[in-house]
Design a protein around this ligand. Structure first.
Ligand SMILES: [Zn+2]
Length: 332
Protein backbone atom coordinates (compact mmCIF):
# COMPACT_ATOMS: atom_id res chain seq x y z
CA UNK A 1 0.00 0.00 0.00
CA UNK A 2 2.91 2.33 0.56
CA UNK A 3 3.93 1.98 -3.08
CA UNK A 4 0.35 2.56 -4.25
CA UNK A 5 0.24 6.15 -5.64
CA UNK A 6 -2.17 8.21 -3.56
CA UNK A 7 -4.04 11.51 -3.42
CA UNK A 8 -4.79 13.29 -0.13
CA UNK A 9 -7.29 16.15 -0.27
CA UNK A 10 -7.81 16.63 3.47
CA UNK A 11 -4.68 17.11 5.53
CA UNK A 12 -3.89 19.88 8.02
CA UNK A 13 -0.31 21.13 8.14
CA UNK A 14 -0.84 21.88 11.86
CA UNK A 15 -1.65 18.20 12.41
CA UNK A 16 1.29 16.94 10.36
CA UNK A 17 4.27 18.20 12.35
CA UNK A 18 6.91 15.67 13.36
CA UNK A 19 7.05 15.26 17.13
CA UNK A 20 10.86 15.15 16.98
CA UNK A 21 10.78 18.52 15.20
CA UNK A 22 8.78 20.13 18.02
CA UNK A 23 11.35 18.96 20.55
CA UNK A 24 14.31 19.94 18.40
CA UNK A 25 12.99 23.46 17.77
CA UNK A 26 12.02 23.86 21.43
CA UNK A 27 15.54 22.97 22.52
CA UNK A 28 17.37 25.08 19.96
CA UNK A 29 15.15 28.14 20.28
CA UNK A 30 14.41 27.86 23.98
CA UNK A 31 10.63 27.58 23.51
CA UNK A 32 8.57 26.13 26.32
CA UNK A 33 6.69 22.87 25.81
CA UNK A 34 4.60 20.99 28.40
CA UNK A 35 7.07 18.07 28.09
CA UNK A 36 10.55 17.74 26.62
CA UNK A 37 10.55 13.98 26.68
CA UNK A 38 9.66 12.32 23.36
CA UNK A 39 7.22 9.80 24.78
CA UNK A 40 5.83 12.27 27.30
CA UNK A 41 5.11 14.85 24.63
CA UNK A 42 3.71 12.18 22.34
CA UNK A 43 1.19 11.16 25.01
CA UNK A 44 0.10 14.78 25.45
CA UNK A 45 -0.24 15.65 21.81
CA UNK A 46 -1.49 12.44 20.19
CA UNK A 47 -4.96 11.04 20.74
CA UNK A 48 -4.02 7.37 20.60
CA UNK A 49 -4.07 6.93 24.40
CA UNK A 50 -7.18 9.06 24.99
CA UNK A 51 -10.86 8.25 25.13
CA UNK A 52 -12.30 9.14 21.71
CA UNK A 53 -13.84 12.62 21.96
CA UNK A 54 -14.41 15.45 19.49
CA UNK A 55 -13.46 18.38 21.73
CA UNK A 56 -10.47 16.53 23.18
CA UNK A 57 -9.23 16.05 19.61
CA UNK A 58 -9.60 19.77 18.81
CA UNK A 59 -7.95 20.71 22.11
CA UNK A 60 -4.74 18.99 21.01
CA UNK A 61 -4.07 21.91 18.68
CA UNK A 62 -4.27 24.40 21.54
CA UNK A 63 -1.22 22.75 23.19
CA UNK A 64 1.09 24.11 20.46
CA UNK A 65 -0.86 27.02 18.98
CA UNK A 66 1.64 29.64 20.18
CA UNK A 67 4.72 27.48 19.61
CA UNK A 68 6.34 28.80 16.41
CA UNK A 69 9.33 30.95 17.36
CA UNK A 70 10.61 32.14 13.97
CA UNK A 71 10.52 31.96 10.21
CA UNK A 72 12.96 29.01 10.04
CA UNK A 73 10.74 26.90 12.29
CA UNK A 74 7.65 27.54 10.18
CA UNK A 75 9.52 26.84 6.94
CA UNK A 76 10.96 23.62 8.32
CA UNK A 77 7.56 22.40 9.45
CA UNK A 78 5.99 23.13 6.05
CA UNK A 79 8.87 21.46 4.19
CA UNK A 80 8.80 18.34 6.34
CA UNK A 81 5.02 18.08 6.02
CA UNK A 82 5.43 17.71 2.25
CA UNK A 83 8.46 15.45 2.58
CA UNK A 84 6.53 13.02 4.79
CA UNK A 85 3.65 12.94 2.32
CA UNK A 86 6.03 12.27 -0.57
CA UNK A 87 7.65 9.42 1.38
CA UNK A 88 4.19 7.92 1.75
CA UNK A 89 3.93 8.00 -2.05
CA UNK A 90 1.29 10.72 -2.13
CA UNK A 91 1.47 12.19 -5.62
CA UNK A 92 -1.00 15.02 -5.12
CA UNK A 93 -1.64 16.72 -1.79
CA UNK A 94 -4.01 19.51 -0.89
CA UNK A 95 -2.47 20.82 2.30
CA UNK A 96 -4.59 23.14 4.38
CA UNK A 97 -3.36 25.46 7.07
CA UNK A 98 -4.37 28.46 9.12
CA UNK A 99 -1.88 31.35 8.87
CA UNK A 100 -3.38 32.58 12.15
CA UNK A 101 -2.30 29.39 13.93
CA UNK A 102 1.33 29.91 12.94
CA UNK A 103 1.33 33.70 13.33
CA UNK A 104 -0.46 34.25 16.64
CA UNK A 105 2.29 33.27 19.13
CA UNK A 106 4.87 35.80 17.95
CA UNK A 107 2.36 38.12 16.25
CA UNK A 108 3.95 37.61 12.85
CA UNK A 109 2.06 39.37 10.05
CA UNK A 110 -0.11 36.72 8.41
CA UNK A 111 0.93 37.63 4.90
CA UNK A 112 4.56 37.00 5.90
CA UNK A 113 3.63 33.59 7.25
CA UNK A 114 1.82 32.80 4.00
CA UNK A 115 4.93 33.64 1.98
CA UNK A 116 7.22 31.61 4.26
CA UNK A 117 4.98 28.55 4.04
CA UNK A 118 4.62 28.94 0.29
CA UNK A 119 8.40 29.15 -0.21
CA UNK A 120 8.90 25.95 1.79
CA UNK A 121 6.14 24.11 -0.09
CA UNK A 122 7.68 25.07 -3.42
CA UNK A 123 11.14 23.95 -2.31
CA UNK A 124 9.74 20.63 -1.11
CA UNK A 125 7.95 20.13 -4.44
CA UNK A 126 11.21 20.75 -6.25
CA UNK A 127 13.00 18.17 -4.12
CA UNK A 128 10.28 15.48 -4.19
CA UNK A 129 7.93 13.82 -6.65
CA UNK A 130 4.73 15.43 -5.35
CA UNK A 131 2.40 18.23 -6.29
CA UNK A 132 0.95 20.34 -3.47
CA UNK A 133 -1.92 22.79 -3.57
CA UNK A 134 -2.49 24.91 -0.43
CA UNK A 135 -5.93 25.53 1.04
CA UNK A 136 -6.62 28.34 3.49
CA UNK A 137 -8.17 27.21 6.77
CA UNK A 138 -10.17 29.59 8.89
CA UNK A 139 -11.56 28.43 12.20
CA UNK A 140 -14.98 28.81 13.74
CA UNK A 141 -13.21 29.19 17.10
CA UNK A 142 -11.16 32.28 16.19
CA UNK A 143 -14.33 34.23 15.43
CA UNK A 144 -15.67 35.95 12.35
CA UNK A 145 -13.55 39.12 12.48
CA UNK A 146 -10.21 37.39 12.38
CA UNK A 147 -11.51 35.00 9.72
CA UNK A 148 -12.65 37.92 7.60
CA UNK A 149 -9.24 39.55 7.84
CA UNK A 150 -7.54 36.31 6.76
CA UNK A 151 -9.97 35.65 3.90
CA UNK A 152 -9.49 39.19 2.56
CA UNK A 153 -5.76 38.65 2.67
CA UNK A 154 -5.99 35.24 1.01
CA UNK A 155 -8.38 36.47 -1.69
CA UNK A 156 -5.54 38.69 -2.89
CA UNK A 157 -3.40 35.56 -3.23
CA UNK A 158 -6.14 33.35 -4.72
CA UNK A 159 -4.83 31.32 -7.64
CA UNK A 160 -1.27 31.94 -6.46
CA UNK A 161 -0.93 30.86 -2.84
CA UNK A 162 -4.42 29.55 -2.12
CA UNK A 163 -6.79 27.53 -4.26
CA UNK A 164 -9.44 26.72 -1.72
CA UNK A 165 -11.07 27.86 1.53
CA UNK A 166 -11.81 25.56 4.45
CA UNK A 167 -13.76 26.26 7.61
CA UNK A 168 -12.62 24.12 10.54
CA UNK A 169 -13.16 24.10 14.30
CA UNK A 170 -15.94 23.27 16.70
CA UNK A 171 -19.07 22.48 14.72
CA UNK A 172 -21.14 21.79 17.85
CA UNK A 173 -20.89 25.24 19.46
CA UNK A 174 -20.29 27.47 16.40
CA UNK A 175 -22.63 27.58 13.41
CA UNK A 176 -21.14 27.95 9.92
CA UNK A 177 -23.87 30.41 8.93
CA UNK A 178 -22.09 33.65 10.04
CA UNK A 179 -19.22 32.70 7.71
CA UNK A 180 -21.47 32.63 4.64
CA UNK A 181 -20.27 35.95 3.22
CA UNK A 182 -16.65 34.83 3.57
CA UNK A 183 -17.45 31.77 1.50
CA UNK A 184 -19.03 34.03 -1.11
CA UNK A 185 -15.94 36.24 -1.17
CA UNK A 186 -13.62 33.25 -1.60
CA UNK A 187 -15.82 31.85 -4.37
CA UNK A 188 -15.74 35.21 -6.17
CA UNK A 189 -11.94 35.11 -5.93
CA UNK A 190 -11.97 31.74 -7.68
CA UNK A 191 -11.26 29.53 -4.67
CA UNK A 192 -12.84 26.11 -4.18
CA UNK A 193 -14.93 25.74 -1.03
CA UNK A 194 -14.83 23.05 1.59
CA UNK A 195 -16.17 22.98 5.12
CA UNK A 196 -15.87 20.67 8.12
CA UNK A 197 -19.48 19.59 8.64
CA UNK A 198 -21.51 16.52 9.52
CA UNK A 199 -18.64 15.19 11.60
CA UNK A 200 -19.69 15.79 15.22
CA UNK A 201 -22.78 17.68 14.03
CA UNK A 202 -25.70 16.16 12.17
CA UNK A 203 -26.77 15.65 8.56
CA UNK A 204 -28.52 19.04 8.61
CA UNK A 205 -25.06 20.66 8.62
CA UNK A 206 -24.21 18.76 5.43
CA UNK A 207 -27.39 20.01 3.76
CA UNK A 208 -26.63 23.57 4.89
CA UNK A 209 -23.06 23.33 3.53
CA UNK A 210 -24.34 22.38 0.10
CA UNK A 211 -27.54 24.41 -0.23
CA UNK A 212 -26.76 27.59 1.76
CA UNK A 213 -22.97 27.84 1.64
CA UNK A 214 -22.42 26.44 -1.85
CA UNK A 215 -19.56 24.15 -0.86
CA UNK A 216 -17.81 22.05 -3.51
CA UNK A 217 -16.62 19.52 -0.97
CA UNK A 218 -17.25 18.69 2.68
CA UNK A 219 -14.70 17.65 5.30
CA UNK A 220 -16.01 14.37 6.76
CA UNK A 221 -19.77 14.82 6.21
CA UNK A 222 -20.25 11.24 7.33
CA UNK A 223 -23.51 11.99 9.18
CA UNK A 224 -25.05 12.26 5.71
CA UNK A 225 -25.22 8.46 5.78
CA UNK A 226 -28.00 8.81 8.38
CA UNK A 227 -30.19 10.92 6.07
CA UNK A 228 -31.65 9.93 2.71
CA UNK A 229 -32.22 13.62 1.98
CA UNK A 230 -28.58 14.55 2.64
CA UNK A 231 -27.30 11.68 0.49
CA UNK A 232 -29.65 12.63 -2.35
CA UNK A 233 -28.43 16.24 -2.20
CA UNK A 234 -24.75 15.24 -2.22
CA UNK A 235 -25.29 13.03 -5.26
CA UNK A 236 -27.42 15.63 -7.05
CA UNK A 237 -24.96 18.48 -6.46
CA UNK A 238 -21.93 16.22 -7.00
CA UNK A 239 -20.35 17.35 -3.71
CA UNK A 240 -17.42 15.24 -2.52
CA UNK A 241 -17.02 14.02 1.05
CA UNK A 242 -13.38 14.06 2.21
CA UNK A 243 -13.39 11.00 4.43
CA UNK A 244 -10.78 10.46 7.17
CA UNK A 245 -11.73 7.18 8.91
CA UNK A 246 -9.17 6.99 11.73
CA UNK A 247 -9.78 10.62 12.66
CA UNK A 248 -13.49 9.77 12.95
CA UNK A 249 -12.62 7.00 15.42
CA UNK A 250 -10.44 9.39 17.45
CA UNK A 251 -13.11 12.09 17.60
CA UNK A 252 -15.59 9.43 18.73
CA UNK A 253 -18.06 10.08 15.90
CA UNK A 254 -17.69 6.51 14.59
CA UNK A 255 -17.20 3.54 16.90
CA UNK A 256 -15.20 1.19 14.66
CA UNK A 257 -13.63 1.11 11.21
CA UNK A 258 -15.81 -1.89 10.36
CA UNK A 259 -18.89 0.27 11.03
CA UNK A 260 -17.59 3.34 9.18
CA UNK A 261 -20.14 4.67 6.65
CA UNK A 262 -17.53 5.17 3.89
CA UNK A 263 -18.65 2.06 2.06
CA UNK A 264 -22.34 2.93 2.28
CA UNK A 265 -21.67 6.38 0.84
CA UNK A 266 -19.38 5.00 -1.87
CA UNK A 267 -21.91 2.45 -3.08
CA UNK A 268 -24.63 5.03 -2.98
CA UNK A 269 -22.72 6.88 -5.75
CA UNK A 270 -21.66 9.86 -3.64
CA UNK A 271 -18.19 11.17 -4.52
CA UNK A 272 -15.86 10.22 -1.67
CA UNK A 273 -12.10 10.29 -1.13
CA UNK A 274 -9.81 8.73 1.46
CA UNK A 275 -7.64 11.10 3.49
CA UNK A 276 -5.63 11.47 6.70
CA UNK A 277 -6.81 14.70 8.40
CA UNK A 278 -4.00 14.92 11.01
CA UNK A 279 -1.27 12.28 10.62
CA UNK A 280 0.66 13.43 13.68
CA UNK A 281 -2.31 13.80 16.06
CA UNK A 282 -3.69 10.42 14.97
CA UNK A 283 -0.25 8.78 14.52
CA UNK A 284 -1.13 7.47 11.05
CA UNK A 285 -0.08 7.71 7.41
CA UNK A 286 -2.32 7.58 4.36
CA UNK A 287 -0.87 4.12 3.74
CA UNK A 288 -2.39 3.05 7.08
CA UNK A 289 -5.79 4.32 5.92
CA UNK A 290 -5.49 2.31 2.70
CA UNK A 291 -4.62 -0.80 4.67
CA UNK A 292 -7.65 -0.16 6.88
CA UNK A 293 -9.89 0.36 3.87
CA UNK A 294 -8.69 -2.89 2.30
CA UNK A 295 -8.70 -5.06 5.43
CA UNK A 296 -11.50 -3.64 7.57
CA UNK A 297 -13.84 -1.81 5.21
CA UNK A 298 -14.03 -4.18 2.25
CA UNK A 299 -12.40 -2.00 -0.41
CA UNK A 300 -10.86 -3.79 -3.41
CA UNK A 301 -7.84 -2.55 -5.36
CA UNK A 302 -10.19 -1.30 -8.04
CA UNK A 303 -12.25 0.61 -5.43
CA UNK A 304 -9.06 2.27 -4.14
CA UNK A 305 -8.11 3.32 -7.65
CA UNK A 306 -11.60 4.70 -8.14
CA UNK A 307 -11.30 6.77 -4.92
CA UNK A 308 -8.18 8.41 -6.35
CA UNK A 309 -9.77 9.07 -9.73
CA UNK A 310 -12.75 10.69 -7.97
CA UNK A 311 -10.41 12.75 -5.78
CA UNK A 312 -8.73 14.25 -8.84
CA UNK A 313 -12.13 14.92 -10.38
CA UNK A 314 -13.01 17.06 -7.33
CA UNK A 315 -9.62 18.61 -6.56
CA UNK A 316 -8.94 22.36 -6.41
CA UNK A 317 -5.90 22.24 -8.71
CA UNK A 318 -6.00 25.17 -11.18
CA UNK A 319 -5.31 22.90 -14.19
CA UNK A 320 -7.27 19.79 -13.41
CA UNK A 321 -7.09 18.42 -16.95
CA UNK A 322 -3.29 18.56 -16.94
CA UNK A 323 -3.10 17.02 -13.47
CA UNK A 324 -5.35 14.17 -14.56
CA UNK A 325 -3.25 13.59 -17.67
CA UNK A 326 -0.18 13.43 -15.47
CA UNK A 327 -1.53 11.22 -12.70
CA UNK A 328 -4.48 9.15 -13.91
CA UNK A 329 -2.20 6.56 -15.53
CA UNK A 330 -1.29 5.55 -11.99
CA UNK A 331 -4.77 4.09 -11.61
CA UNK A 332 -5.49 2.84 -15.11
ZN1 LIG B 1 -9.92 18.26 9.16
Amino acid sequence: MRSFPKVDLHRHLEGSIRIETFLDIAQKENVSLPSYDLEGFRRLIQVTHDQPDFLNFLNKFKIFRGFYPNRQAIERIAYEGVEDAARDNIKYLELRYSPTHFACGQRFPEDEVIRWVQGALEQAMEDHDIEVVPILTISRDYGIELAEHTVNLAARYAGKYFFGLDLAGDEIHHSARPFQRLFERAKDAGMGLTLHAGEAGGAENVIEAVKSLGCDRIGHGIKAAQSEEAMDILAEYDVMLEICPTSNIHTGVVTSLEDHPLKVLYHRGIPVSLNTDDPMISNITLTDEYVNAATKMGFSDEDLKQLNRMALEHCFHPDKAELKRKLNDNWN
